[in-house]
Ligand binder design. Structure first.
Ligand code: IFM
Length: 459
């Protein structure tokens, strides 16, 4: 038996996001998001199936909350769909807010802490038609949406997250074009970075004014970026640039009140600095109570194209980077299993930035799941993945990192964006034809970890 005990009060949860699980895309006044529109375009999403019925969570949330309670989960991280609350980015839609009221009340009745995120990539399509995140006005519309949401739900919520993984929204959506809205415009991508951060800052102010006792934070996806040859200046430079665009372009303005000078210089050809108005950095760097860290793998990068081909780079201005393949186990996403990288990112934030409480708001893995003869899914690989990452998180805590909780991604199998429904991240299996839920072995094991507040042997 391992003896890995987490600090008292450590929060154990699981996570989902609205468009990935809810379904009911035209119920109760919801209108299109950029993902509804993106999904209609042929070839954008594997399998072509998108928001319907997903895991039908909109209609089955009571059953799902009961399942979380059975599993002993203490918190549920979910996202609120902007196109439900302000359809077409227009007037407030009471029916949309009522859904989240019911969800939150059901969670609280079951002693599960609601942990909502305001934006997990589902921008109202009506705003994309006005320029999307490349348009500065979208940041202000986001603050309006945040204000309406907090006014309606603030008496029930103690922890708010503004944005999930703004890197994906900006670079995958506006530069690489592999996520909605599918644009391949580097100038728009770097404008989107700044406007997402501005939206965060404006929403942060709004939430703090309306709900002074609530904690407010943002969630970033973090990866150690490792040069293949640390003696090769070209590899080192690629790693610096990618780290700048992936991590520091978000962490520095949020936590230090300035953009990194090298990144601003790298992005000069794309007019990045032109987006920054006087006073913006003060708004962006407003006080925060916590930082969410999403961790999946490391990035191993080279300046030469040996290894994997560079391909269309979502990392603006780093066209020469390649991502060689190392000899390591990978998940069904093709991502290397690298638990030590989680310790590294937590230590990095701890050492390089002003200290604030951290939460792992996503960590988990897609693997191919098979039912065994007795109808169970013995997902040894996913269980092992989570166990190894919890060990890595614990190592960071022992080194002094103020890590307060862990949310496994994901509670339910769901819509994995451009990969469609083929990739399964859930600790609970969803049969998309019948909507039957089957907790996998990882769910039963994770349930014990949450109840014991300690890592128990994988068996
Ligand atoms: O499914 C996504 C989630 O929406 C955001 N973080 C990464 C997950 C796995 O790709």
């Amino acid at each position: 038996m391992e003896n890995i005990v987490f600090p008292q009060g450590f929060l154990w949860g699981s996570a989902t996001a609205a468009f990935q699980v809810e379904g009911a895309t035209d119920a109760d006044g919801r209108t299109d998001s950029i993902w509804d529109e993106f999904c209609r375009q042929p070839g954008k999403v594997v399998g072509g199936d998108c928001g319907e019925p997903a895991a039908d969570h909109y209609r089955r949330f009571e059953q799902d909350v009961a399942m979380m309670a059975d599993l002993g989960l203490q918190a549920y991280r979910f996202s609120i769909a902007w196109p439900r609350v302000r359809p077409d980015a227009g007037e407030v839609n009471q029916k949309g807010l009522d859904f989240y009221k019911r969800l939150i009340d059901t969670l609280r009745e079951n002693d599960i802490t609601p942990w909502p995120t305001l934006y997990h990539w589902d921008l109202p399509q009506a705003l994309e038609e006005k320029g999307g995140w490349a348009n500065r006005d979208t940041a202000f519309r986001f603050a309006d949406y945040a204000a309406a949401t907090v006014e309606a739900l603030g008496d029930r919520v103690d922890a708010w997250t503004t944005l999930n993984e703004p890197w994906c929204s900006a670079f995958l959506g506006y530069a690489a074009g592999v996520h909605a809205p599918g644009r391949t415009e580097p100038r728009a991508a770097v404008a989107a970075v700044h406007h997402l951060l501005l939206g965060h800052g404006l929403a942060n102010d709004t939430i703090r004014a309306a709900s002074p006792n609530a904690q407010v934070g943002i969630t970033l996806n973090m990866y150690p970026i490792i040069p293949v040859d640390p003696r090769d200046p070209a590899d080192l430079d690629v790693a610096r640039r990618l780290d700048g665009l992936q991590q520091r372009i978000f962490l520095d303005p949020l936590l230090k009140g300035e953009y990194p000078a090298d990144v601003v210089a790298d992005l000069e050809p794309f007019g990045f600095a032109d987006n920054i108005h006087d006073g913006d950095l003060g708004v962006i760097s407003g006080p925060m109570d916590m930082l969410g860290v999403n961790y999946y793998t490391e990035h191993y990068v080279s300046s030469s194209a040996n290894g994997s081909e560079p391909g269309p780079s979502p990392w603006v201005g780093v066209q020469q980077a390649s991502f060689p393949v190392r000899d390591a186990p990978t998940t069904d996403m093709g991502w290397e299993v690298r638990p030590d990288g989680l310790t590294s990112v937590l230590l990095r934030v701890h050492h390089d930035y002003p200290k604030l409480p951290l939460y792992i708001t996503e960590n988990g893995a897609a693997f191919r799941d098979d039912f065994s003869g007795n109808g169970a899914i013995d997902d040894v690989d996913r269980t092992g993945f989570i166990a190894s990452h919890l060990r890595a998180a614990h190592t960071a805590i022992m080194a002094g990192v103020d890590l307060r909780g862990y949310f496994c991604w994901s509670l339910l199998d769901n819509f994995e964006w451009a990969e469609g429904y083929a990739k399964r991240f859930g600790i609970v299996h969803v049969d998309y034809d019948t909507q039957v839920r089957t907790p996998k072995m990882s769910a039963r094991w994770y349930s014990r970890v949450a109840r014991d507040n300690a890592l128990v042997s994988v068996s």
